[in-house]
Design a protein around this ligand. Structure first.
Ligand SMILES: Cc1ncc(COP(=O)(O)O)c(C=O)c1O
Length: 319
């Protein structure tokens, strides 16, 4: 069933294309057909999948009459750059809390973009991503004490509001698939994207299976988080809640979060050669690399989530 109009600030150009990739299917050794859902083409800044999440997150911030978005992550985070773009677009300020010690903005294209798009930066002095979570409320409180109206977005936009963006994306995909039932594979970081997809698939009566390729966290950790978020989304929408059997994940971390893998590099080269797709080494390349193992037969759908500036970072030899 379709959700009745949640508050949503339009950012993305939707629907994104759903395209067949027969040469890529051959190159990967798949026996069935391969579709690619082009959320690298969401059309807002270079936000990829984060545009869908930010539509809901931004609407919530505006509803609460916020005047500054506060969020954070690593210097290479696609979400922080996308949040900076969304804030500017909506006429809000943006304060980003970044893990680690201060570096020059040229250290990563996502950082450069966030600065170019007006974000102010704060540094945690600790390379651990969790250090960002600890500083978010403190910085928000400081801003409020100075008279601002801050609105905090969690790392990766991974709360029920952000995840709702992908609950809505399932409505879109179901319309495009016209009865086809591929196994869907998507890269998973903070988990909001997969959580929304799981919630949407359950709400639609499980027309297809969704599998997440976890590139950032151990599978058990991310499964619990995804299930919790998917249930929160279902509660908001009045849908059937997902169960543990609805959350499918494979470990695609390779050498570790943020580190390129040989299998990912091969998959990215194949995707460019066979389908003209640009994959990033952190998320999408690692996800595509596990596709043959996840869908050894039957039809497959690779949900391309973007990551263009991370692909550029790799070309520049940035970590
Ligand atoms: C390119 C790309 N793909 C996939 C993901 C994973 O999305 P999520 O954090 O919602 O799991 C991200 C997250 O930053 C991303 O930037």
């Amino acid at each position: 069933m379709a959700v009745t109009a949640p508050a949503r600030t339009r950012l993305a150009v939707l629907p994104t294309p759903l395209v067949a990739a027969p040469r890529l299917a051959d190159g990967l050794g798949l026996t069935g057909p391969l579709l690619v859902k082009r959320d690298d083409l969401t059309g807002f800044a270079v936000a990829g999948n984060k545009a869908r999440q930010l539509e809901l997150l931004l609407a919530e911030a505006l509803e609460q009459r916020a005047d500054v978005l506060v969020t954070g992550g690593t210097i290479g985070s696609n979400f922080v750059a996308a949040a900076a773009a969304a804030a500017t677009y909506a006429g809000l300020g943006c304060v980003l809390i970044l893990a680690g010690d201060e570096v020059d903005r040229t250290a990563h294209p996502n950082l450069a973009a966030a600065c170019a798009w007006g974000a102010r930066l704060r540094w945690t002095g600790d390379a651990e991503r969790a250090s960002v979570d600890a500083m978010l409320p403190t910085v928000a409180a400081q801003l409020a004490a100075e008279g601002a109206r801050p609105h905090v977005l969690p790392r990766g936009g991974a709360d029920a509001t952000g995840a709702l963006g992908y609950r809505l994306a399932v409505d879109e995909l179901v319309g495009q698939l016209a009865g086809e039932r591929p196994t869907v594979l998507v890269a998973v970081g903070a988990g909001g994207t997969l959580a929304g997809l799981v919630a949407g698939v359950v709400a639609h009566g499980r027309p297809f299976r969704v599998v997440g390729a976890s590139v950032s966290r151990p599978v058990e950790e991310v499964a619990a988080r995804v299930l919790d978020l998917a249930r929160q989304v279902a509660l908001r929408c009045g849908d059937e809640p997902a169960g543990p059997q609805d959350v499918h994940l494979v470990d695609a971390r390779g050498p570790g979060h943020g580190l390129a893998s040989a299998a990912g590099d091969d998959a990215a080269a194949l995707a460019l050669r066979c389908a003209g797709l640009v994959l990033d080494p952190v998320y999408t390349a690692k996800a595509l690399a596990v596709l043959p193992a996840v869908v050894p037969d039957g039809s497959a759908l690779f949900w391309h989530t973007g990551g263009l500036l991370d692909a550029v970072a790799a070309m520049l030899g940035r970590p």
